[in-house]
Design a binder for this molecule. Structure first.
Ligand code: AR6
Length: 459
C-alpha cells in the first residue's frame, strides 16, 4: 500500500494499525499546500464473498460516512475529508490528530486525584453528549481511542463508526460461518454489548471503567468481580475517600444496564452536583475565594457568562439590557426573538456574540410594586435559575449586575441581600459556577455589596 495514491490525491505513507476487517494508514494530502498528514482507514472487503454482501457493505459504508461527516462538526472529533470506493475496497480519509493517546498518559500504577478524575470524566462525557445526540453509539470508548491534542491539550475522540459499524454487521454474518472477530475492547465493554446489544449507556459504562482505571491505577482486566452480584469490586483499591464520586461511578458501571445512568447529561449533572466536602465548606475563605465584587461595566467583563436583566419582551430597551445588546451586536436580538415567552424569575441562555464572554444568561426580574407581590421570591428565583444554568453548562465564572435595581425600582439594600444570600446558598452546594462576580455600576452599590458580604459570609 505504501506510496499508493487514493482518488488521485491521498498518498499512503505508512501503516498505523490493523484490525478485524481493515487497516489504518497515515497518508499525505497531495492537493494541499505543505501536504498535511491525514489518516486513511481501509475496509478490506476481500473476505466478503457474495455480491449481496458487497452491496450491504457499500450501503452501510455510505450511510456511516454521512454520520461521521456530521460527527466531525464537533471540534473534539476528527473531521471526515473523504470517503472513497476503489476496486471494491472502501476508504475513509480523516483529519490527523497530533497528540498523545490517553492510554500513554495513564500507565499502570498512575492514580489521579478525585478532582482530576471528575474533570477527565466530564471532558469525555461532554463529547459523548454530542455523539449520542447524533444517534451514534461509539462502542469502543477506551484510553487508546482518546487523544490529548498537542495544540490545545483537549481530548479528541477517535475511531468512530463506519468501519466499525460495517464490521459489526459482518461479525454477525461471519459468526454464522463460525469465524469470530472481536469488536470493542476487553475490560471496557459492558455485558449487553458482549452479546451484541450495545446501547447509549454501554458508552457510559466504558467511561466509568476509565474512571475506575485512573482512580485505582489498575487496568480494568485486573479489577476483581464480585461473583454474587457480578459487579466490579473496585473501591478497596482507592486511597482517597469521596463517596459521592464513587456512587456516581458505581451507577455508571452497573452490570445491569437498566440500573445505569441512561444519558451523559445526567452523569455530568451529577458530577457537577457533587457537594463540596464539609472541610471545604467550613473554610470560610473558600467561599470568599469564589465571590468577587467590582465596580465597573458588565459588558466589559472577560467572564464565561454575564447575566442580563431584561423584560418579558426581551427588548434590549434600556439600562444594562440596552448596553448588553449594543455590545453583543444584532445577532443577539435575532436569537432573542426566537426565545419563547418567559415568566418573571425565569432564565434563558444565549450566545454572547461580540462580547468577550461566551454566554449571556437572560433573566426577567420583578418590578417593585411595594413588596406585596412576591418581589423578593421572584428575585431569588432569578439568581437561582441563572446559577442553575451556569451549573448545567459548567460555566466557571459568571458576572451579575444588580438585577431589578434600575428601571424596575427595587431597593439596592434589599436586592443585594437577596443576591448574596442566594449566591452563598448555591455555591455551598455546587462546584459550578466556580466564581461569581457582582459588577456594580455605582460606588453606592459597591459599598452595599461589601457590607452585606461582610455581614453574611465574613467577607
Ligand atoms: N454594567 C453594570 N451594571 C449596570 C450597567 C452596566 N453597563 N448599566 C446599568 N447597570 P436596569 P432592571 C446597573 O435598569 O432594574 C431595562 O430596560 C444599574 O445601575 O438595567 O433589572 C430592561 O429592558 C442598576 O443598578 O435593570 C428591562 O425592561 C442595575 O444595573 C428593565 O430595564 C439594573 O438596572 C430591567 O430593569
Amino acid at each position: 500500500m505504501e506510496g499508493k495514491i487514493l482518488a488521485g490525491r491521498y498518498q499512503i505513507v505508512k501503516l498505523l494499525g490493523e484490525g478485524g476487517f481493515g487497516k489504518t494508514y497515515i497518508a499525505i494530502d497531495t492537493h494541499l499546500p505543505n501536504n498535511p498528514e491525514c489518516v486513511v482507514k481501509q475496509l478490506n472487503t476481500n473476505k466478503i464473498i457474495s455480491e449481496t454482501n458487497l452491496q450491504i457493505a457499500r450501503r452501510l459504508f455510505n450511510t456511516e460516512a454521512e454520520v461521521l461527516y456530521k460527527l466531525g462538526n464537533h471540534e473534539q472529533i476528527p473531521r471526515l475529508f473523504a470517503h472513497i470506493e476503489e476496486n471494491e475496497d472502501f476508504y475513509l480519509v480523516q483529519e490527523f490528530i497530533q497528540g498523545v493517546e490517553l492510554s500513554k498518559e495513564i500507565q499502570p500504577g498512575c492514580k489521579l486525584s478525585v478532582q482530576e478524575v471528575i474533570c477527565l470524566l466530564k471532558e469525555i462525557l461532554e463529547i459523548l453528549v454530542f455523539v449520542h445526540q447524533q444517534n451514534v453509539i461509539h462502542r469502543d470508548i477506551k484510553p487508546a481511542n482518546l487523544i490529548r491534542r498537542q495544540q490545545d491539550r483537549k481530548l479528541v475522540m477517535i475511531d468512530f463508526g463506519a468501519v466499525k459499524q460495517v464490521n459489526t454487521q459482518f461479525l454477525s454474518l461471519q459468526s454464522q460461518s463460525g469465524v469470530t472477530v472481536a469488536i470493542g475492547s476487553h475490560g471496557y465493554m459492558p455485558p449487553e454489548q458482549l452479546v451484541g446489544n450495545p446501547r447509549f449507556c454501554s458508552d457510559i459504562y466504558a467511561v466509568g471503567i476509565i474512571g475506575l482505571q485512573v482512580l485505582t491505577g489498575l487496568h480494568p482486566t485486573k479489577l476483581p468481580v464480585d461473583s454474587n452480584s457480578s459487579e466490579i469490586a473496585w473501591r478497596g483499591f482507592c486511597t482517597e475517600a469521596d463517596s459521592q464520586l464513587y456512587d456516581i461511578l458505581d451507577k455508571m458501571i452497573r452490570y445491569d444496564f437498566r440500573q445505569r445512568y441512561q444519558s451523559c447529561t445526567e452523569v455530568i449533572s451529577s458530577l457537577n452536583n457533587i457537594y463540596l466536602t464539609k472541610i471545604q465548606i467550613s473554610q470560610t475563605s473558600y467561599l470568599k475565594n469564589r465571590i468577587e465584587v467590582i465596580e465597573g461595566d458588565i459588558t466589559k467583563q472577560k467572564v464565561q457568562a454575564i447575566v442580563n436583566p431584561t423584560d418579558i419582551q426581551f427588548s434590549g430597551g434600556g439600562g444594562v439590557d440596552y448596553a448588553i445588546h449594543k455590545a453583543a451586536g444584532p445577532r443577539l436580538k435575532e436569537e432573542c426573538k426566537r426565545l419563547s415567552f418567559w415568566d418573571r424569575g425565569q432564565a434563558q441562555i444565549t450566545s454572547a456574540y461580540n462580547l468577550d464572554s461566551r454566554w449571556i444568561i437572560h433573566t426577567v426580574g420583578p418590578f417593585w410594586q411595594g413588596g406585596n407581590n412576591k418581589e423578593g421570591q421572584i428575585l431569588s428565583q432569578c439568581y437561582i435559575n441563572c446559577l442553575s444554568l451556569a451549573q448545567e453548562y459548567s460555566i466557571k465564572t459568571i458576572a451579575f449586575p444588580s438585577i431589578s435595581t434600575g428601571t424596575f425600582g427595587f431597593s439596592i439594600q434589599l436586592a443585594t441581600r437577596i443576591a448574596v444570600r442566594e449566591v452563598k446558598t448555591f455555591l455551598e452546594k455546587h462546584r459550578f459556577p466556580e466564581k461569581v462576580i457582582f459588577v456594580c455600576f455605582s460606588k453606592d452599590t459597591y459599598n452595599c455589596y461589601i457590607e452585606t458580604l461582610e455581614e453574611i459570609i465574613n467577607f
